[in-house]
Design a protein around this ligand. Structure first.
Ligand code: C2E
Ligand code: MG
Ligand code: MG
Length: 255
């Protein structure tokens, strides 16, 4: 089914915005895969696991990346100059021709140079640290920005992470969701933000669902937030509408 859905372009990419806290502006969008129209709905993480088991992660990631470039072109035409982040799987890093594919794709679109960020989870890289580091370094040298996803969710080795050529760290939702109620989580997140800043990373908090959490993160000096407070991931047309409405900065800025 998945193979066919891919071939027939029946998968969809939804987009979720990232907001910069200093000026409350949207800086980018994360592309997230969806498989609509199924009688038995399947979550994105299950779909990705299935794609990894069946070898379909290679065409799936390539499809998402090509789509992201196309969507970015359409966004530019509508006056939205935003970055797009694409999630990649550790299996992609093991494809010998992945860097070549990415470089060729990016090279054919000058206007997207440096504006498509690859997100990799910290735990996934630990499966094959040496090879991941090599591939990511090659990509970075080709001008592809890298983001560490789900930071703080698993076992990570800081000595490994600091070798990675990443420019951004995304703090996992599990550390963000109880920030208002859990003093311990506030200590962890504040310390993480300070540490990441000292190491030169931009810090994004995932899964922000309420104003109070956003306020705490702003006080802690977090750079950007993503989450249902802004909007859940939406299909392209809906996100365009959201961005057009947001342009005036109406909704959030009341507080
Ligand atoms: P992720 O990259 O960490 O993406 C963030 C997930 O958190 C998304 O789940 C998003 O819908 C969800 N989320 C965002 N804001 C909130 C919030 O305020 N509250 C809650 N409860 N959830 C929020 P989604 O779309 O189900 O994706 C799950 C995971 O599947 C992603 O985690 C990513 O690891 C993977 N994934 C999704 N699309 C792709 C893809 O195209 N390629 C690859 N390799 N992985 C993907
Ligand atoms: Mg992600
Ligand atoms: Mg994440």
């Amino acid at each position: 089914d998945l193979r066919q859905a891919l071939q027939e372009s029946r998968l969809e990419r939804y987009l979720q915005p990232k907001l910069r806290l200093s000026d409350r502006r949207v800086t980018g969008l994360e592309a997230l895969i969806r498989w609509p129209g199924r009688s038995q709905p399947i979550r994105a993480d299950e779909l990705i696991a299935l794609a990894e088991q069946t070898g379909l992660i290679k065409p799936l990631t390539r499809w998402v990346m090509e789509q992201s470039l196309e969507l970015r072109t359409r966004l530019l035409e509508r006056g939205h100059d935003l970055d797009i982040s694409v999630n990649i799987s550790p299996n992609n890093l093991r494809e010998p021709d992945f860097p070549v594919f990415v470089k060729r794709l990016m090279g054919s679109y000058h206007s997207h140079q440096g504006r498509i960020t690859l997100e990799v989870t910290e735990t996934s890289m630990m499966q094959d640290p040496e090879n991941s580091l090599k591939t990511l370094t090659t990509l970075e040298q080709a001008g592809i920005p890298l983001s560490i996803d789900d930071f703080g969710s698993g076992y990570s080795s800081l000595s490994y992470i600091k070798q990675l050529p990443a420019s951004e760290i995304k703090i996992d939702r599990s550390l963000v969701k109880d920030l208002v109620r859990q003093a311990d989580d506030r200590v962890i997140v504040r310390t993480t933000i300070n540490m990441c800043h000292s190491l030169g990373y931009k810090v994004v908090a995932e899964g922000v669902e309420d104003e109070e959490t956003l306020g705490l993160l702003a006080d802690m000096g977090c750079d950007e937030v993503q989450g249902y407070l802004l909007t859940p991931p939406l299909p392209f047309d809906a996100i365009l509408e959201w961005l057009d409405n947001d342009e005036a900065g109406k909704q959030r800025h009341s507080g």
